[in-house]
Design a protein around this ligand. Structure first.
Ligand code: NAD
Length: 314
């Protein structure tokens, strides 16, 4: 595969995910074109990116001088043509709405040269549906799903069964080169991360709905329990360390854990407004009086510091 040089990227949509992708690209030396229709979201995006860059500098992830350098590489526009012109990669970050994404993918593939990969940030949709109406080189359309926010959490996933392997490998290598931690998977709803996360949310809802425990207990099981391991060992690593080795761990799991859960596998946790109220009031004390913004900042600091600790301890 010919190694492609990436100098300019276009980010399509400047909301939560778009602005954060923009920070990833700009801080890694790429000329970053931020497109949105005319709106307060577009007007405020550079300022929001500046705040995120300052946060990274305050936390020691980047040098102070990189704030200004990165900001100089950020360009905002409400012209799709300008954003996409001579872009080496396009990251779509519009609302999770199939007709909207279908429409923008047709436009982007008409505007961008045939060898430019176009990744959708979408959280669950399949790229074969999003690119269903694309006539101009559909094989460069892929899912490039980040973890929110991508400028702090590097995991991202690439999929697209009809996409060319060359394009998927090219975007994989590009993402690695800018510090993301990519994987590739087959085209399934929710990909890898959200399938795992949805199973967990499902169980978290079930435990509270059936009055097995309260919201605080579920939060604590993760934040004071499983989560402390999960930044370092995933479920296979956990099984390796819970037994003499992974083989023994999986055999034990099969022998005496799995049958207790089998009869419950079909349970689906539906809920009503009263249940949502119960969860919200159960969760409120966990925020210890912090506003949503303060809680978000605290989460971001803890994630960043854990990431730095991980990197330093390699
Ligand atoms: N928020 C998350 O946790 C998260 C995580 C991973 C992936 N995603 C995915 O990323 C994508 C973007 O999500 P988000 O959370 O950033 O949404 P968002 O609502 O914050 O941003 C969407 C942006 O799209 C713009 N937009 C919508 N319609 C438009 C149009 N017709 N023309 C121009 N601009 C338009 C909006 O103005 C907005 O700026 C979605 O596919 C979402 O599923 C979100």
């Amino acid at each position: 595969m010919k190694k492609k040089t990436f100098k300019k990227v276009a980010v399509i949509g400047c909301g939560f995910i778009g602005y954060s992708w923009g920070v990833v690209f700009a801080r890694n030396g790429l000329e970053t074109y931020m497109y949105n229709r005319k709106s307060p979201t577009l007007d405020s995006v550079k300022e929001r990116m500046g705040q995120a860059l300052k946060f990274l500098a305050d936390e020691g992830m980047i040098e102070e001088r990189e704030i200004e350098e990165s900001l100089n590489r950020i360009h905002t526009t409400d012209s799709l043509e300008e954003a996409v012109a001579s872009a080496d990669y396009i990251q779509e970050c519009m609302w999770e709405d199939l007709p909207l994404k279908q429409d923008i993918f047709v436009k982007l593939t008409e505007l961008a040269p045939a060898d430019v990969a176009i990744g959708s940030s979408c959280s669950g949709l399949k790229i074969s549906d999003i690119a269903a109406n694309v006539k101009n080189h559909k094989e460069r359309c892929i899912v490039a799903h980040p973890t929110n926010p991508p400028h702090l959490i590097p995991f991202m996933e690439i999929s697209g069964d009809a996409a060319s392997q060359e394009i998927k490998d090219q975007v994989f290598a590009f993402m690695e080169s800018i510090g993301q931690k990519p994987i590739q998977c087959k085209e399934v709803y929710g990909y890898v991360l959200n399938r795992i996360q949805l199973s967990l949310i499902q169980e978290a809802l079930y435990l509270v709905k059936e009055d097995i425990c309260n919201v605080e207990a579920v939060e604590r099981a993760l934040t004071d329990g499983l989560g402390l391991r999960w930044a370092f060992t995933g479920p296979y690593g956990v099984e390796e360390l819970n037994s003499a080795n992974l083989r023994e761990g999986l055999e034990k799991y099969k022998d005496y854990m799995i049958h207790f859960f089998t009869e419950e596998q079909e349970k689906v946790c539906d809920y009503d407004q009263a249940f949502i109220d119960k969860c919200v009031s159960g969760f409120t004390p966990i925020m210890e009086g912090k506003s949503h913004e303060e809680y978000l900042k605290w989460r971001d600091q803890m994630v960043t510091r854990t990431r730095l600790l991980k990197e330093k301890s390699k």
